[in-house]
Design a protein around this ligand. Structure first.
Ligand code: FAD
Length: 272
């Protein structure tokens, strides 16, 4: 439970963070809220030689209305996302899902960018940003690029970010159509989702149903063809390969996905 030795550096700005990352190469890791990285380091599943602390870069903590989209800085905490009045009006699905992450301590330290860069398929926000059709802005030594959420999550804990690239912003198109719902099935309120479902209009995304967050495309196609919510939800587990663990097996999770997608679609329709 004690991490291997590492060098600690603190960046005061995005430029400084990028400079430190370029100097330290692939053995350096950014440290945001530390609520995913530090547990991994204690288990020695992550052994970075250098930690570049970006947690105090305030210029990356914001929620802004940019006209055609809402911009959320990568270092905005889950609590700030959950409490944002702008997000409550424009993206209530995101604000609500952030309020369901872990417990108050986790929400105050953990950041939206850290959650997305970590890319745990059991996390809540990756599926939400996939369902909302967001894009992610990454800055590296050669400038900025924008990556669609659908291209960002590559595999278990693996994203399109290159070594030394810093996730700076998440952009959500607006307005979002239709009602929304977030269903998170847990044994206790503060737990990770055994299965989760994010619905915005006819867009449906799944938490913990494979090695990445997933769009439930068979459900979306059934809805587009005019199926009723419960009939469309019968396709929720099509093409999924959920994990098996002490919380449940593959078939149990697939059953949960069908039930939760049905509930989510009905709740979303009642809100539209
Ligand atoms: P860190 O731990 O600092 O970093 C995580 C990874 O992302 C590292 O590899 C780091 O290098 C990289 N990184 C961080 N920021 C950036 C950036 N801007 N650019 C590039 N790379 C970056 N999550 C849920 O979704 N649902 C839950 O119910 C939940 N419950 C939790 C319960 C507990 C007890 C704990 C400890 C965590 C829980 N989490 C849960 C995880 C939580 O949401 C974390 O805050 C989040 O996954 C990581 O954010 P962080 O800011 O702490 O990132």
């Amino acid at each position: 439970m004690i991490p291997a030795t590492f060098t600690y550096k603190r960046a005061a700005s995005v430029d400084e963070a990028l400079g430190l990352a370029a100097a330290d190469g692939e053995d350096a890791k950014f440290l945001a809220g530390g609520h995913s990285l530090l547990p991994l380091m204690k288990l020695r599943l992550a052994v970075p030689e250098t930690l570049i602390d970006i947690g105090r870069i305030r210029e990356l903590s914001y929620v802004r209305d940019e006209g055609t989209h809402i911009a959320v800085g990568a270092l905005t905490s889950h609590d700030e996302v959950a409490r944002s009045g702008l997000l409550a009006n424009e993206l209530p699905l995101l604000a609500h899902a952030a309020s369901q992450v872990g417990d108050p301590q986790v929400r105050h330290r953990g950041t939206i960018g850290g959650s997305l860069a970590h890319a745990d398929p059991a996390a809540d926000l990756p599926a939400v940003i996939l369902g909302l059709g967001a894009s992610l802005v990454a800055r590296g030594p050669s400038g900025s690029r924008e990556i669609a959420a659908s291209d960002f999550f590559r595999d278990l804990f693996e994203t399109a970010l290159q070594p030394g690239e810093l996730l700076t912003e998440i952009r959500f198109p607006k307005p979002q159509s239709g009602g929304w719902s977030f269903q998170k099935f847990t044994k206790r309120g503060i737990d990770w989702a055994i299965v989760g479902v994010a619905v915005q209009g006819d867009s449906v995304a799944l938490v913990n149903m494979g090695s990445t967050p997933l769009r439930a495309s068979s459900v979306e196609q059934a809805l587009a063809a005019g199926a009723a919510p419960r009939d469309a939800a019968a396709h929720a587990a099509d093409g999924t390969n959920p994990p098996e663990d002490f919380n449940g097996g593959r078939e149990y999770r697939q059953h949960l996905a069908r039930v939760l997608v049905g509930r989510a679609l009905e709740e979303a329709r009642s809100r539209s």
